[in-house]
Structure formats: C-alpha cells, structure tokens
Design a protein around this ligand. Structure first.
Ligand SMILES: C[S@@+](CC[C@H](N)C(=O)[O-])C[C@H]1O[C@@H](n2cnc3c(N)ncnc32)[C@H](O)[C@@H]1O
Length: 221
C-alpha cells in the first residue's frame, strides 16, 4: 500500500456489487477492490481529467474488460444511484457534503468518507439527512485524519457538540491517535498563547485550550 492512510481507507471497504471512488486521483482504492474481487465493477471518477488519467493508467486492464468505468465528472453527477459502496476521500468536509447533497448527489447506501477538514460540518449534514454513522474516528499517518463510515438509512442517535466536533467513536474509545491529536492541538494553542495577543484573542485561545483539555481528560463528552 502506498501509505497508511490508503491502507486504513481500504481496510474500511467491504464486498460490494458496485464500488465508486469519487475524486479517485491515483485509483489505488479501486485497484484494491478489483484485485481482490471485492466488487463486480468499480466506477472511478475525478473532476480533473489529468488526475483521472492516473487511475486509468493503473486500471487499464479492468477498464478494457468493462469491470472499471472511468468518469470525468463533478462529484456524483452521472454516477448510478444504485452504487452500493462509495468512497470520497482526501477532500474538505464541506466539499464532500456538497457532493452528497448537490444536484446529482445522493447519500450512498454505504459510504466511507475521509474529510481533510470540517468534519463537524459533514457529520451535521449526514445526521440531518438521516444517515447512520457507524465508524467515526481519527487516525494518524504523519498528519491526523478523520474517517466516517455509514449507511444512507437507519439514522443515528443525536450527537453531542463534542461528538460533532471530534467524532463519536473518538470520545467513546479514546484511542491513542485521537489523544495524540488532542495533545497536538493543545500544543498549538499554547504556542499561540506564548505570543503577545490582543485580550480578546487571548481569551478565545484560552477557552479553546481549556475545551480541548476537558476532552483530553474525558470531562467533556
Ligand atoms: C487530494 S486528492 C485525493 C485523492 C484520493 N481520493 C485520496 O484520498 O488519496 C483530491 C482529488 O479529488 C478530486 N476532486 C476535487 N473535487 C472534486 C469533485 N467535486 N468531484 C470529483 N473529484 C474532485 C481532485 O481532482 C483530486 O484528484
């Protein structure tokens, strides 16, 4: 596997009839699914023809045999709504939410989403649409990444403010990567607070640091 991030994403994928990787770029995850016979067909999409070309090069044999369909498109536009497993990774949470809810978008039967930022926004959109969030945790691969998996139907019991901000599974399981993430964030606040600041900025940074410490200590859930 090219990186621990890709390996983690692949470990969350499972057998599907049609798998789609939206914003596939290199196409590694579709290659993982196809090479292991985990899907009957894979759709690989990218808004950029140059990025899609990388996946087309990697998956040439599957494309020629008709088991992989490349699509240069914006988000889910033109993707079959019956696609039962969809991966959208490596984009901002707002962009992913936009793809799911935009014209042509849909909440897939099963999804694996890996927002680079704005996870809270994406969680809110998924919950508002009645999706069931199954996994929702942080992992480390040089940087810290959030990943959210789930299904279109079934709903999710309401999230607390902290669960929205950080992911339910992180707060419940308090995994080592999540605790490291919190310590790193507290360190960033301390670096800000070490500089000369306007009173209002100082108060805000202190409150944010206190909140993070509350989460780290398990006092805020
Ligand atoms: C940082 S790369 C991530 C690639 C891969 N998904 C991963 O996680 O390693 C983001 C990719 O998403 C594509 N992309 C960005 N916005 C998109 C959109 N609205 N629809 C489809 N692809 C998009 C970009 O062209 C780029 O190839």
């Amino acid at each position: 596997m090219p990186s621990k991030r890709i390996e983690t994403l692949c470990s969350l994928l499972f057998r599907a009839d049609t798998f789609a990787d939206i914003g596939c770029d290199h196409g590694y995850c579709a290659a993982y699914m196809l090479r292991r016979g985990l899907c009957r067909r894979a759709i690989v999409t990218d808004i950029s023809a140059a990025c899609l070309k990388k996946a087309e090069d990697l998956l040439r044999g599957y494309i020629e045999s008709g088991t992989c369909i490349p699509l240069c498109t914006d988000g889910l536009r033109g993707v079959d709504r019956n696609t039962d497993l969809v991966l959208i990774a490596g984009m901002g949470g707002m962009e992913i939410a936009h793809i799911l809810t935009d014209e042509g978008g849909f909440i897939p039967e099963h999804f694996v989403l890996q927002p680079m930022r704005d996870g809270a926004y994406l969680r809110r959109v998924l919950l508002a649409r009645g999706a069931r969030i199954e996994r929702d945790f942080t992992f480390a691969d040089g940087k810290f990444y959030d990943v959210i998996t789930g299904s279109a139907a079934g709903g999710t019991p309401p999230y607390s403010a902290a669960e929205l901000a950080f992911g339910r599974e992180n707060l419940a399981r308090r995994g080592e990567d999540f605790l490291r993430f919190l310590r790193a964030e507290i360190g960033k606040k301390e670096a800000v607070l070490a500089r000369p600041l306007k009173e209002e900025t100082r108060r805000k940074a202190e409150a944010e640091k206190e909140y993070l410490q509350g989460v780290l200590l398990g006092e805020i859930k």
